[in-house]
Design a protein. Structure first.
Length: 254
């Protein structure tokens, strides 16, 4: 997605299915779909003849070994915050000779975030629990916490940490968001809230339980802006319209 945003999608010879999910142009092309940085395979990489392999967390040690065995130059990214993501965008843009386009992409992201922040300035700040995985239960990363704060919410727990169902129930969030890695928009909201014993949670009782497309919150790229608008609509529906895609609300709390 970063290469697409700086106008150099032509440099991509292969990508993962998750890249294709956020960049539809790839699906209609002849580019090879390869395993991700959790299950990378040397032979797949070699068959694409890349000059450079770019990968981001999460990594598995065996997968990194497979990438290195290919002999291609390797740019491994491990962003934690929005500032890290901006740095990675600038780095990738520089590698492909588009530093100015990279600066434009970063500036546009920052402007969008600030516009949303101004729109919720002075509003009540609902308490939000956002999860990136369900079993074990893991809170979303720091950059998601930053987006929730910008969208007028208060992020509950420590980003990226494992939590118990009991702890989250005791926190009693006003808004519950699930964006499971690799799940797209397929998180079974009714099932998980029932199975976890969360029927008395404020967010569940008030039907403020949402699924946001995985790629909108977990991809460290300009697609995060779509995630920001989905979060804003979930946290402050009185101020932000329902986005055309990416946000799904629970149908029933029972």
């Amino acid at each position: 997605m970063i290469l697409s945003s700086v106008g150099r999608l032509d440099r991509v010879v292969a990508c993962t299915k998750y890249c294709a999910d956020v960049c539809p142009e790839v699906k209609s092309s002849s580019r090879t779909i390869v395993a991700d940085s959790w299950t990378a395979n040397t032979d797949e990489i070699l068959s694409a003849h890349p000059d450079l392999v770019i990968a981001a967390v999460p990594y598995q040690e065996k997968a990194v070994t497979e990438i290195l065995k290919s002999g291609a130059r390797f740019l491994g990214l491990a962003p934690k915050t929005l500032a890290d993501i901006y740095t990675d965008i600038a780095t990738i843009a520089g590698v492909v000779g588009e530093p100015l386009r990279g600066e434009e992409v970063i500036a546009n992201m920052q402007q969008e975030i600030e516009e949303v922040r101004r729109a919720v300035n002075g509003s009540p700040r609902p308490r939000v629990f956002c999860e990136e995985w369900g079993k074990p239960l893991i809170a979303s990363q720091a950059w998601v916490a930053e987006l929730i704060e910008a969208a007028g919410g208060e992020f509950l727990t420590i980003p990226g940490t494992q939590q118990s169902f009991e702890t989250v129930l005791q926190l009693n969030p006003d808004v519950l968001v699930a964006a499971w890695c690799g799940a797209g928009n397929r998180v079974p909201l009714e099932k998980i809230t029932h199975d976890r014993g969360w029927s008395e949670m404020r967010a569940v009782k008030e039907n403020r339980v949402y699924c946001i497309n995985d790629e909108f919150l977990n991809t460290p790229a300009p697609t995060l802006i779509a995630g920001l608008h989905a979060l804003a609509a979930a946290i402050h529906p009185e101020r932000f319209p329902q986005p055309p895609q990416g946000l799904r609300c629970i149908q029933s709390s029972r």
